[in-house]
Ligand binder design. Sequence first.
Ligand code: SF4
Ligand code: SF3
Length: 535
Amino acid sequence: MFCFQCQETFKNSGCINNGVCGKTSEVANLQDFLIWISKGLSEIAVKGKDKESEVVDRVILNLFTTITNANFDNTAIKERIVKTVELMNSLREDKDYSEAARWSSVDFSEISEKINSQEVSILSEKNEDIRSLKELITYGLKGMAAYTRHAKVLGYESERVNNFIIKAMAELLKEKTIDELISLTLETGSMGYEAMATLDSANTKTYGNPEISEVNIGTRKNPGILVSGHDLKDFEMLLEQAKDSGVDIYTHSEMLPANYYPKFKKYENFVGNYGNAWWKQRDEFEAFNGPILMTTNCIVPPKNSYKDKLFTTGAAGYPGCEYIEEDKDGYKDFSKIIEMAKKCDAPEEIEKGSIVGGFAHSQVMELADKVIENVKNGDIKKFIVMAGCDGRMSDRNYYTEFAKKLPDSTIILTAGCAKYRYNKLNLGDINGIPRVLDAGQCNDSYSLIQIALALVDAFGVESVNDLPIVYNIAWYEQKAVIVLLALLSLGVKNIHLGPTLPAFLSANVVKVLVDNFGISGITNVEDDLKTLVMK
Ligand code: SF4
Ligand code: SF3
């Protein structure tokens, strides 16, 4: 195996025997093969007369399945390989295709032979810069696919985004120049922005605009179900099915922003958020006592103490944990989880109190006058975008320290699970405006962009780069990659990215990003405060 798609990759170079995330080499190799034939399937669709929606759905699910920490289940990945090959076989015409598009076997001894030949490995591309850009685009597409699927289950999609995903996947099989790949990278970013906008519409039109909310972080005495990941539709179905069961529902990690949506608040058994970011789940899931539903990443290989209570659905999967299928209408039956919860103890209380969030674009626009007035009178001097991911490595304490040491005249704009590094620090407020404004999940970085664009209008400046906004973004997996590419495609400059720069960026690609976008890594809290905030 060779995988370097996430921030925690071994020695910031590449996982070679096992993933730091817990991915086995068998799963990693099968995932590489799945991506390779997904590109082949895309090529068949691009060269064919009609772009079958079945192709789009299949490629999107395959991309999403290979996101870091989403699916560790070799059986599930093999099943997806078989379905993909069968679809290719049914659509292939009498045309000239690449080897990936010609692949027609579902015999796993042949597939293993192909994998062992190393021809579908990331390292099969020998030119380091071409490999770097092709992987950057692939990872962006993975993030875009995740957001696209969340929107699709709510009945929203963008044909442009769908077509782009298929086109770009097919393009990645071709020989390309550096310049061609750079322009495909930027196109990926702007399509990523459209995918995020589509998901924003899907979420807000279905569940209402997020509003300022005080979220309970304590527990009640009933047994509970804990829901993690990003899929709001799964969350709604579970809330609805559990509403009269006597079982309480709690969010974990990236599901926290569900607490901000008006439509979910009406459920009396929706208690609040339990615990922190994904990487603390081994302790927190154990203390929770009840079953847990993972709707997407990030899954950490579970402890035996709760493994039989961990359920997955959608693109997520873990061997030995039960997977909840959807029926042909998209309905999922969660009764087994609810019945299991009834027999479990109530959650152990690990925290008390509340946190405040819900500052997506519509809510912030309502506060716009107040925000602008505070900027004009100098009470707010700077906004620091600290969105992105959290991770388990101790070097991420940097973000807690950075947040603590920010001057009182600054506001943190956040989205994604990066917020857990500072959302319980009680950083106070500026004339009633909290100093940490959480817009929601990582995809709600879209809201942060909307807020920046509104400020451009309000202050009459030329671009977002003329605003008192700086960027200190933390990344971990591929959804952060699409958020980053979206920001670059909008012309946002001087983003600081940490805790380390992606291992998949070659020295030359980093140079392109530095020269054109002023991207840089992080150094230490004191120096970065000077560069970002005090200047
Ligand atoms: Fe390693 Fe990250 Fe790939 Fe997992 S996803 S195998 S930790 S690079
Ligand atoms: Fe977090 Fe996985 Fe990226 Fe969605 S839950 S931001 S890491």
